[in-house]
Design a protein around this ligand. Structure first.
Ligand code: MD3
Ligand code: FE
Length: 199
C-alpha cells in the first residue's frame, strides 16, 4: 500500500484472530519475567503508555535520557524475542538481519503517545515493524520535520505496519485508543509490538 509517505506499508488484518491470540500467549511469560513499567521522560514527566521489551536490547527512558540498554530498569536481562515474532519480521521485511529489540507498549484507557520520531537507533536504514493487538488505535503520521500536515488512520488488532525508507524518520504518534473495542485482552487495552534493529 502506498498510503501517506513512501516507505509506509500497512498490512491490514495480516494476523488472524488465532494468530493474535497466539502472540498474546507468547507475551504472557515475557510480561511475567520483565513486567510493564511506566517510563519517565527526561523532563521528569511520566509517559501514559506502559512499556517493556524483549530481545538483546530494550528501549528505556528516565531522567538520564532515551536509550537502548541490555537490562530492564529493575536490573534483569530482557527475555528473548520468540521465534514466531522473528519470523513475521523475516517474512515482511526481508531484512538480512534480525531485530535486537521488540518494544512492548501497553495502552490502557486514556493512554496516548505524542508525535515523535524514533531516532535512538544506530542505523535508520533498517525498517521498523509494528504489530497491533487488542483495542483500536488512532495512529497519526506526519512528515520528517515537525509541523505541517498529518494523516490519521485507525490501526486494528492484527494490523502490521512496516516503516522504511523516507517513512522511517517520520513523526508519528497515537492520539487515542477505543478502549474496550476488542476482546483480545481480557482486561481491555492495546498492545503494540515494535521490532527494531537498535544497535
Ligand atoms: C513510524 N509506537 O513505540 S507503532 C513507538 O502504536 C511508537 O505503540 C506506536 O511509536 C504504538 O515508538 C506506533 C507504529 C510505528 C512505529 C515506529 C515507527 C510507526 C513508526 C517508526 C518510524 C515511523
Ligand atoms: Fe515511535
Amino acid at each position: 500500500a502506498q498510503l501517506l509517505l513512501r516507505g509506509f506499508d500497512i498490512r491490514k488484518g495480516h494476523l488472524d484472530t488465532a494468530a493474535q491470540a497466539g502472540l498474546i500467549e507468547l507475551l504472557r511469560p515475557i510480561l511475567k519475567a520483565a513486567p510493564l513499567y511506566r517510563p519517565i521522560m527526561p523532563s521528569g514527566k511520566e509517559m501514559s503508555v506502559r512499556m517493556t521489551s524483549a530481545g538483546a536490547m530494550g528501549w528505556v527512558t528516565d531522567r538520564a535520557g532515551y536509550r537502548y540498554q541490555d537490562t530492564h530498569p529493575k536490573g534483569m536481562s530482557w527475555p528473548a524475542i520468540p521465534d514466531k515474532i522473528l519470523t513475521i519480521w523475516q517474512n515482511l521485511t526481508g531484512a538480512d538481519r534480525q531485530p535486537d529489540c521488540c518494544l512492548i507498549n501497553y495502552y490502557g484507557e486514556g493512554t496516548r503517545m505524542g508525535l515523535h520520531q524514533d531516532k535512538d537507533e544506530a542505523d535508520f536504514s533498517w525498517p521498523v515493524l509494528s504489530i497491533s493487538l487488542g483495542d483500536d488505535a488512532l495512529f497519526r503520521i506526519g512528515n520528517t520535520t515537525r509541523g505541517g500536515k498529518t494523516e490519521s488512520i485507525w490501526l486494528n488488532s492484527g494490523d502490521v505496519v512496516i516503516m522504511g525508507g523516507p517513512a522511517r524518520l517520520s513523526y508519528h504518534g497515537i492520539d487515542r485508543i477505543r478502549f474496550g473495542s476488542s476482546r483480545l485482552l481480557p482486561k481491555g487495552g492495546r498492545i503494540n509490538l515494535t521490532l527494531r534493529v537498535a544497535v
